[in-house]
Write a protein that binds this ligand. Structure first.
Ligand code: MLT
Length: 409
């Protein structure tokens, strides 16, 4: 008899953004013609930078000619892209990352979800609450947790992030082997200081622990003095893996291109305490299970690092951040406390009411989609997340409609 992986039965409902999408479809069916403004999932709405499009076209033309056609590429990604990343994203900021420590992939969601596969199933894990649900669900699927009780899985250590600690998780007192950190944070938009991140690196070094650092939103940091990569912190190469993406940086959500950095000094241990290189293990996994991102997409991503590509990507991000400013201004006027939106496309709003109820109300009364905070953890049950990914005009209209719907609530 064929049997299922019963860990899947422990998962709560469906994936957050699928549930939201289903609710939107149901609403649209009932209200045909009603215009909906989506400030829910963080999906790019602006076209790819023209420099990327031009590179994309050139690469497609190469694929059309036997003389320049390319078949399977290296699973780890083409060196032309990995070298540009190492130089521009890391060396330029004084962080040591070599091109062969960068693994190109089709998304930070997949990489943050898959990385746990190369780690033991009996490790202790700490995750922030609220949190990007992929970190939790993939560990549930792998059998590292017990059942969900009142919205929290047994055997996971939840680090509460609230206004009491400026939404920065506190280093756990109990033994922890693996911690997930994300800055600028999804969903809260909070950022971390170099000093606080340094404390995490020191903690991981002392405890032979590993930090999975999700930096998918680093491009939204407006102050260049703030920390963008964990490798700006001395010692991080030994204890941290970093995830990045072109999705939000350059609008690749539909095009798919991301990367994971696994420094060669980064170690994890077997039962006898012998150290093993995570780089080798990830390389083994990646080359077995992944066949690389398509050549034209990698050429398009490479163009992000040309002077023109950098300028165009920065303009797109600045446009989204103008939206974030508009959302923050509206929340100030309405008297709602919030975090984020300063160095992040997300604004995390303390709505002081049940988040799914408010989601339904905003959808029904304002025709605006937010993301209910409950989907990110119990600390989000009274919050909503608004995303800045949309046109200025739509954000303006959405704010006017939200003002009407939230007034007096
Ligand atoms: C989000 O809205 O949280 C993100 O778009 C989800 C993702 O990147 O997978």
């Amino acid at each position: 008899m064929i049997k299922i992986n019963e860990n899947y039965l422990k998962l709560q409902a469906s994936y957050l953004f699928s549930t939201v999408a289903k609710k939107i479809s149901a609403f649209s069916e009932k209200n045909p013609g009603r215009e909906i403004i989506r400030l829910g999932i963080g999906d790019a709405t602006r076209a790819l930078p023209p420099a990327c499009i031009a590179a994309f076209h050139r690469a497609v033309d190469e694929m059309a000619d036997d003389a320049t056609f390319r078949g399977y590429g290296p699973e780890q990604g083409y060196l032309f892209l990995r070298e540009k990343i190492a130089e521009n994203d890391f060396a330029a900021r004084g962080a040591e990352v070599n091109a062969d420590e960068i693994f190109i992939s089709d998304g930070a969601k997949c990489d943050t979800g898959n990385f746990q596969e190369i780690l033991s199933t009996d490790i202790s894990i700490a995750i922030p609450d609220p949190v990007y649900p992929v970190y939790v669900d993939t560990n549930v699927m792998a059998g590292r947790t017990g059942a969900a009780v009142n919205g929290r899985f047994e055997n996971l250590i939840y680090m509460e992030c609230t206004d009491q600690n400026d939404y920065i998780p506190k280093i756990p007192e109990e033994p922890v082997d693996l911690v997930y950190l994300c800055f600028p944070n999804n969903p809260t938009g909070a950022t971390i200081t170099k000093e606080a991140l340094g404390q995490w690196v020191d903690w991981a070094t002392k405890n032979k622990a590993l930090i999975l650092y999700d930096a998918a939103y680093e491009a939204f940091i407006r102050d260049d003095a703030m920390v963008k990569s964990i490798y700006e912190i001395p010692g991080a190469r030994k204890v941290a893996v970093e995830f990045r993406s072109f999705s939000k940086t350059a609008g690749f959500t539909g095009t798919r291109c991301a990367f994971t950095v696994v420094p060669k000094e980064c170690m994890a241990y077997d039962a006898a305490g012998t150290a093993h290189s995570l780089h080798s293990l990830w390389n083994r996994r990646h080359s077995t299970k992944f066949n690389g991102v398509s050549y034209p997409v990698q050429r398009a991503a490479e163009a992000v690092y040309t002077p023109q590509g950098k300028k165009e990507a920065a303009q797109i991000i600045a446009g989204y951040m103008t939206n974030a400013d508009r959302i923050r201004r509206e929340m100030d006027d309405l008297g709602y406390a919030y975090v984020g939106g300063q160095h992040s496309p997300y604004v995390w709003i303390d709505a002081k009411t049940d988040s799914w109820n408010l989601f339904d109300r905003l959808l029904n009364e304002a025709g605006v989609v937010c993301t209910p905070g409950a989907g990110f953890g119990t600390c989000g049950t009274r919050h909503i997340r608004l995303s800045a990914f949309n046109s200025h005009q739509n954000v303006e209209t959405a704010m006017n409609r939200i003002r009407e719907a939230m007034k007096g609530s």
